[in-house]
Design a protein around this ligand. Structure first.
Ligand SMILES: NC(=O)c1ccc[n+]([C@@H]2O[C@H](COP(=O)([O-])OP(=O)(O)OC[C@H]3O[C@@H](n4cnc5c(N)ncnc54)[C@H](OP(=O)(O)O)[C@@H]3O)[C@@H](O)[C@H]2O)c1
Length: 274
């Protein structure tokens, strides 16, 4: 017989939706939230085989993860994902708006379609998903919403007009919604990755990884799990007093220029010793 948490006076498991939850940082976030005891709906857009492989791994790891196909850049699809989670668990507590796309395009060559696709996936999806889960979080008078922004949301980078504008929009969406949703016990924060090694950044790392490493004080490209650790904390009970924050997870990239010089200095000093 199934245990009814209400009858046993237990708190029901927290539930979470992670968009883009089957690859890259989203995959690590899904795993971490599930390891913390949450039931997680991991939403993907098109790479079904990888999503199914992830679902099989989660099953082997005895984690409560369901994968779900929806293009959250469309309002109806975002609503479908939220409705599925609610029908399954009866409440939605956590939303991680992680899905995003990245591409370079110079203004001179940019089509309306390119800009619209980037905006729809990176920014409108977060508005649609937030609206879709809001009634459920209001009911529970508790919620955690965490959005994926980027260092490019505040540091201009040539060739990234569409991406940068979408992420700058995420920064302000995060702050405005933190204010609007605070009366319902909902916090809204964002994580701003620098360069985390995923499918998204792999081509860039292969092409000019050495030059980019010289810009990162930590001296290496971030791991998806390192971003997930921050998101996991922002989704926890303990993060109740943190809202409207844009928090970097970038190995110090946004804090200091020319960190490569420190590595040169240390290497030279070590050579001098030997
Ligand atoms: N990696 C970095 O260094 C970095 C730096 C700054 C910011 N970010 C941001 O961090 C987030 C995650 O990046 P990542 O590197 O982990 O990306 P990734 O490895 O390319 O994975 C992206 C995930 O998002 C899903 N997705 C994309 N569009 C979607 C849509 N419209 N509806 C539903 N799912 C969608 C993909 O689904 P499919 O598997 O079906 O394709 C995939 O699961 C993004 O918002 C990105 O902009 C990343």
């Amino acid at each position: 017989m199934e245990r009814n948490p209400a009858e046993c006076n237990e708190k029901p498991r927290r539930t979470a939706i992670v968009t883009g939850g089957t690859r890259g940082m989203g995959l690590a976030i899904t795993r971490l939230l599930a390891q913390k005891g949450m039931s997680v709906l991991a939403v993907y857009r098109s790479r079904q085989e990888e999503a199914e492989a992830a679902a099989r791994r989660f099953l082997e790891e005895k984690l409560d993860v369901t994968v779900f196909k929806a293009d959250v850049g469309f309002k109806a699809e975002a609503e479908k994902a939220a409705a599925f989670a609610f029908a399954r668990w009866g409440h939605i507590d956590v939303l991680v708006n992680n899905a995003g796309v990245f591409d370079f395009c110079f203004l001179e060559e940019m089509t309306e379609e390119f800009f619209d696709d980037m905006y729809r996936t990176n920014l409108k999806s977060m508005i649609y998903m937030t609206q879709a889960v809001l009634p459920h979080m209001k009911n529970g008078h508790w919620g955690r919403i965490v959005n994926a922004t980027s260092i490019s949301g505040s540091l201009a980078d040539v060739g990234l007009v569409a991406y940068a504008c979408s992420k700058a929009g995420v920064n302000l969406l995060t702050k405005v919604s933190a204010g609007e949703l605070a009366p319902y016990g909902i916090t809204v924060n964002a994580y701003a990755p620098g360069i985390i090694h995923t499918d998204m950044t792999d081509p860039m790392i292969r092409e000019r990884g050495d030059a980019q490493l010289r810009q990162i004080p930590a001296g290496y490209f971030g791991k998806p799990e390192e971003a997930a650790n921050l998101v996991g904390f922002l989704c926890s009970e303990e993060a109740a007093y943190i809202t409207g924050e844009i928090i970097g997870v970038d190995g110090g990239m946004m804090k200091v220029q020319n960190p490569g010089r420190a590595y040169d200095f240390v290497r030279k000093a070590e050579r001098g010793k030997s």
